[in-house]
Ligand binder design. Structure first.
Ligand code: DGY
Length: 326
């Protein structure tokens, strides 16, 4: 029997790719950069399955160009804001993602960003390399304490709660804002957004990106934050209005920010944000531990193969398609 045809939009770890190769006729995009949209359209024509990344825009046009034989879209990420989910659901195409397995890696990284921004780790590194370190000084590179501070977590799902667990080891007081979470496994105090912003020394973002959360952090919400506050973003870049953040950091209206995600990605080298000393920035690597990325590729492969087989995806973000009348 002919193997199903799939397009894989980037080289992924062997843990998952070996499974895909064994079961499918694979067209693999091998460049470091994502396929441009026009190329993506060309390559998906006639495929049965698509294994894609968060850098690929998967919209209705793309689904229709692929054709009605397209059985599954498997995203190599937990976030799926790159995919037009209603369009996939309307076409009864299951969409898979990779939840759970990257929770710890992402929370570890968010906490390390938080500490790095507070204790000025990256600035310290630049200071030494620039030959500015002349002596030990009582007032060099001072920052706020982490231990005992108040951490406000926006989005108290898996990753938000995993961050709270880490923070509890630092005796931090946890506030969270998440209208969807009623009885979280990890304790914290539920508050409204304004209270969280006003009372927190650190604000960490763990929300999905949608029309309600786009630019949730903007001029008005930044103005509510304490002057010594630090903003951490490991969710999605557009949750923060970059221009408003630049203005707040530049005027020292907040103490610092640490971003693993930006808008756009990558951030252009002439972005004014890159001129700021009170910004720590990373290239969207919060889930980038080797074991985590192996597990993500495996889960993405399992979703893909289940969809090709006509089975329910182990991790499906639109499971309602399985109860739709055929
Ligand atoms: C995701 O999975 O959504 C992260 O942003 C990358 O691991």
């Amino acid at each position: 029997m002919a193997k199903p045809k799939v397009f894989v939009t980037r080289i992924i770890p062997d843990a998952g790719f070996d499974l895909v190769k064994a079961a499918c006729e694979v067209d693999l995009w091998t460049d470091e950069l994502p396929p441009p949209y026009e190329v993506l359209l060309e390559r998906v024509r006639g495929v049965d399955g698509l294994l894609c990344l968060l850098t690929d825009r998967i919209d209705a046009q793309l689904m229709d160009t692929a054709g009605s034989q397209l059985k599954v879209i498997s995203n190599h990420a937990v976030g799926f804001d790159n995919i037009d989910l209603p369009a996939a659901t309307a076409r009864s195409i299951p969409v898979g993602n990779t939840p759970g397995i990257l929770t710890d890696a992402t929370a570890d990284f968010a906490f390390s960003l938080l500490v790095s921004a507070a204790r000025r780790v990256v600035e310290g590194d630049r200071y030494v390399r620039a030959g500015q370190w002349k002596t030990w000084g009582p007032s060099i590179l001072l920052g706020p304490d982490v231990t005992g501070a108040t951490l406000g977590i926006i989005g108290y799902g898996r990753i938000g709660q995993a961050l709270a667990k880490r923070a509890s080891g630092f005796d931090m007081r946890i506030l969270y804002y998440d209208p969807m979470v009623v009885d979280p496994a990890v304790p914290g105090t539920a508050v409204d957004l304004e209270t969280l912003l006003r009372e927190s020394d650190f604000v960490s973002l763990h929300t999905v990106l949608n029309e309600q959360t786009r630019h949730l952090i903007n001029r008005d919400t930044l103005a509510l934050m304490k002057p010594n506050a630090i903003l951490v973003n490991t969710s999605r870049g557009p949750v923060v209005d970059g221009q408003a953040l630049y203005e707040a950091l530049q005027a020292n209206k907040i103490f610092a920010a640490a971003l693993d995600v930006t808008d756009p990605e990558p951030l252009p080298m002439d972005s004014p944000l890159l001129e700021l000393d009170n910004l720590v920035i990373a290239p969207h690597i919060a889930s980038a531990s080797k074991p985590t990325r192996d597990k993500m590729s495996l889960m993405a492969a399992q979703n893909l193969l289940a969809g090709l087989d006509g089975k329910q995806l182990p991790n499906c973000v639109n499971p309602e398609i399985y109860s739709q009348p055929q």
